[in-house]
Design a protein around this ligand. Structure first.
Ligand code: TYC
Length: 125
């Protein structure tokens, strides 16, 4: 006759992994693939701040802007300014979006205050 299962019944031994399969990777056969643990971080997108040439902004003003807002030495600032003067466009620096946007605003505000037509833009890297 049938009877209900109760706590006095003996249970079979639990199933355990054999010695060679004791890995903490969720099981499955060994593949020989070694994975390097990697923190789950993403590099932020980076943006170039570009300076554009024009016929009116004084060279000295552009050099000043590069020193003041882009932390360039006088030599480096002069080199970038001359590159823009000759080639039409040049990179002032590469930043995260918020920083790049702030730099552009600072440059454009100072240029406007001094009535120079200097233009600065952002380009995704
Ligand atoms: N072309 C300008 C001049 O001859 C100088 C200049 C350089 C202007 C770089 C803008 O982004 C610039 N006075």
């Amino acid at each position: 006759m049938h009877r209900r299962f109760d706590s006095t019944d003996r249970l079979p031994p639990p199933i355990t992994a054999s010695e060679g399969d004791k890995r903490e990777d969720g099981g499955g056969p060994a593949t020989g693939v070694v994975v390097k643990p990697r923190p789950k971080t993403k590099k932020p997108a980076m943006y170039k701040v570009l300076m554009l040439n024009d016929d009116y902004t004084p060279m000295e003003f552009v050099v000043h802007v590069l020193e003041r807002f882009f932390q360039k030495s006088r030599d480096e600032a002069t080199r970038i300014m001359m590159h823009v003067h000759r080639r039409g466009v040049g990179v002032c620096g590469v930043y995260t979006y918020e920083v790049a946007e702030t730099k552009v605003t600072q440059v454009m505000d100072l240029a406007r205050q001094n009535q120079h037509p200097l233009q600065c833009t952002i380009e995704k890297e």
